[in-house]
Design a protein around this ligand. Structure first.
Ligand code: NAP
Length: 508
């Protein structure tokens, strides 16, 4: 049962009077529940509770924190269709996606629960004392990793479950021993409140301290700004726009005590289509990529927004085929009217640049929040002179760049900003060219893919979901996979500390 209130620790509260409603983008109507924006008093209360919970939570053994994470997964499952119906009504995404994303959310929680049953994630190192060392004896020094403190997580608009209230940022932070305050996304506040209720139930059932989790509603920047500026907050996790991530990064840097902001932002994910693929696999590549460009209405951070090829007649035929296959896929609903507005306005920025030609675009009348998939093309030389063509068009949109030769293709890669992924489509005959291309891509991206699509991010130990700015604010960390826990910990050394007082992972 949705209340529209904030979870300040385990209490539902609504002191304020400012409300907003979520939108059903398919029906283009507002949903009925008003959600109360948290007051600054409520923000302060949530952070104070998180700060006092941290003193207890950071020392709770791994098995108990794991039980908490598994209980969250159980409680989310117990919400059953109430959750998936709410998800669909606030996002326009279909039932299969709701179930798939719920499965991924639960899988992430359980994976982090398994991880913290043992202490290997703490990267323990032990340097034993050498009392006889000359000219000075060597101390016994032992290093572990400890949680950083209360973490603020900004829920993502494009993953109402897997990158939101109990998503990867929350799961990894809670696993590390950090309390979490979620700034709920105003587009899916109902989904957020339901998941928050599951986390609070799980915390109570497993005996976690009050304040280990809060869920705060807000829109219009006020609540998010107050959270990032609060002196007791020690780190921030964010997925969203470059402007939003950068604003929060700057706010955090301007504090008396600057704190890390792990922001995952924009990416156009270049795909290099080598000549022998155009020669031998043109039709199947066009089919695969029409699917990848339009999957989830293109609203993925790994969407292939940029294809790079060599100019030629066969390339033109490939682009025409790709455009026809893309627009033949029925238009789908976007997450929210604001996302649709961004899709249209950013799309216009790219397509109105000199030299850009629209090769395929859905033009028939489509419903209000549905997306007109678009494929356009430009020459390598025009692309190289105009950074506006690098704009992320969040949705089913791809720009195909035709370079005059391999050297220009590499120049185009060199001109790009940081990206989450780079993909190479190649046949054996193209291999001699690949080292130079792979080298150029490595300087720009966090993950490189061979003969596949960038959409679809596996949650596993070896995954890197991050990349040079602006793909993420710190390319040394991943937002997906078990390595995500490293964002919320810091190294800590004990010198000559009595064995019986050491944490268990540091004892002999
Ligand atoms: P957003 O505008 O970046 O907002 C995300 C969250 O950050 C919201 O909670 C928002 O709070 C907060 N925020 C943003 N700017 C802030 C500021 N200056 N100060 C304080 N808080 C701030 O992203 P969005 O609403 O999810 O989507 C907008 C666009 O972002 C999309 O159309 C798309 O282009 C891009 N996007 C990209 C990705 C990706 O993975 N590449 C993912 C999602 C979105 P308020 O609600 O209070 O404003």
């Amino acid at each position: 049962m949705i209340t529209g209130k904030n979870y300040i620790g385990n209490q539902l509260k609504a002191e304020g009077t400012t409300t907003h409603k979520t939108v059903n983008p398919k029906l283009n109507t507002q949903n009925s529940t008003p959600f109360y924006q948290a007051t600054l008093n409520e923000v302060n209360e949530a952070v104070a509770l998180a700060d006092s919970a941290f003193k207890v939570y950071r020392n709770i053994p791994g098995e108990q924190r794991a039980a908490f994470l598994n209980a969250i997964a159980d409680e989310i499952l117990a919400l059953d269709t109430e959750l998936t119906d709410m998800y669909m009504s606030e996002s326009g995404l279909p039932e299969g996606r709701a179930q798939g994303e719920r499965g991924r959310t639960i899988g992430q929680l359980r994976a982090f629960a398994d991880l913290i049953l043992k202490d290997e994630w703490r990267n323990v190192t032990i340097d034993e004392a050498i009392p006889t060392r000359q000219p000075l004896p060597k101390s016994d020094i032992r290093k572990t990793s400890i949680p950083i403190g209360p973490v603020v997580v900004f829920a993502a608009s494009n993953f109402p479950l897997a990158f939101s209230t109990a998503g990867g940022d929350t799961a990894s932070a809670l696993a590390s021993g950090c309390p979490v305050i979620v700034k709920s996304h105003a587009m899916h506040s109902g989904t957020g409140e339901l998941v928050a209720s599951a986390i609070i139930k799980a915390a109570e059932k497993t005996g976690m301290p009050n304040g280990v989790f809060s869920n705060i509603t807000g829109s219009g920047r006020v609540v998010g700004t107050a959270l990032v500026k609060h002196p007791k907050v020690k780190a921030v996790g964010f997925t969203g726009s470059i402007a939003g991530g950068r604003a929060l990064y700057n706010l955090a840097a301007e504090r008396n005590e600057p704190i890390p902001v792990f922001a995952e932002m924009g990416s156009i994910n270049p795909v290099i289509v080598m000549p022998n693929v155009i020669e031998k696999k043109s039709a199947e590549t066009a089919t695969t990529y029409a699917g990848s460009i339009t999957v989830g209405t293109g609203q993925f951070c790994t969407n292939p927004g940029l294809l790079l090829t060599l100019a030629g007649d066969k390339t033109d035929a490939f682009i025409k085929d790709l455009a026809e296959k893309t627009v033949a896929i029925a238009p789908q609903c976007m997450l929210h009217p604001n996302i649709k507005d961004g899709f249209v306005s950013n799309g216009k920025i790219v397509t109105s640049q000199p030299g850009v030609e629209i090769v395929g675009q859905i033009t028939n009348n489509i419903e209000a929040n549905f997306a007109a998939s678009t494929i356009c093309t430009v020459s390598g030389s025009d692309f190289l002179t105009n950074p506006k063509m690098h704009t992320e068009v969040f949705g089913p949109f791809s720009l195909v760049v035709k370079a005059k030769d391999q050297a220009e293709l590499v120049e185009v890669i060199d001109s790009l900003e940081g990206q989450l992924t780079g993909t190479v489509l190649a046949e054996k005959e193209d291999f001699t060219e690949l080292p130079v291309i792979a080298d150029a891509l490595q300087a720009k991206v966090g993950r490189i893919i061979f003969n596949g699509v960038p959409t679809g991010v596996e949650v596993c130990e070896s995954m890197t979901h991050g990349g040079p700015y602006p793909a993420s604010s710190d390319a040394r960390f991943t937002a997906v996979g078990l390595g995500a826990i490293k964002r919320w910990i810091r190294p800590f050394s004990f010198q000559d500390w009595p064995t019986e007082l050491l944490p268990t992972e540091l004892r002999n």
